[in-house]
Design a protein around this ligand. Structure first.
Ligand code: HEM
Length: 134
């Protein structure tokens, strides 16, 4: 079971990276071009949050199983630094997504760009604690 969730969590990372990179690219390009917020950005933002939340679920299950097996802390980078970095990244994603949706339309693309840039950097940092990005 632990193996199954490790594999699911491991593989899902590619969707997380893809979703975040697409979100950064679309938000940043449209913000810098002076475009206004549209359904495209709303959908991309929403799907990115969903993809990351599914990874959060896999991660929490894995962490809970690791704790019950007594292996949390045995490898601090994998079982402590990685989960805490990712939890901070995901909390910032949710706060930033609300900040983006509730902002005036004129600044939504700016807020979204800043949110996704910070989150992608944190996620990449968290991935280095478990052996790398790819
Ligand atoms: C965007 C979010 C995340 C990504 C992209 C991600 C990605 C990864 C990857 C690639 C691994 C290595 C898997 C392997 O060695 O086969 C891993 C391990 C792990 N992740 Fe995450 N993770 C994320 C969030 C989380 C969260 C939020 C938690 C817990 C709250 C978590 C808990 C763990 C644990 C405990 C391991 C170690 C598994 C082991 O070595 O036995 N992850 N993660």
């Amino acid at each position: 079971m632990y193996y199954f969730f490790t594999q699911a969590h491991d593989g899902w990372r590619y969707l997380v990276i893809l979703a975040l990179v697409v979100a950064v690219a679309v938000y940043l390009v449209n913000w810098l071009r002076g475009r206004t917020w549209s359904q495209l950005e709303r959908r991309i933002g929403l799907y990115t949050v969903i993809v990351v939340d599914i990874q959060l679920l896999f991660g929490l299950i894995l962490w809970g199983m690791a704790a019950s097996m007594g292996i949390v802390g045995a490898n601090a980078a994998r079982t402590l630094e990685h989960p805490f970095t990712m939890l901070i990244a995901i909390a910032l994603l949710h706060i930033g997504w609300i900040w983006t949706k509730k902002a005036d339309e004129a600044v939504r693309l700016r807020n979204g760009s800043l949110t996704f840039i910070i989150v992608v950097l944190l996620v990449l940092a968290g991935l280095t604690r478990v052996g790398g990005i790819l």
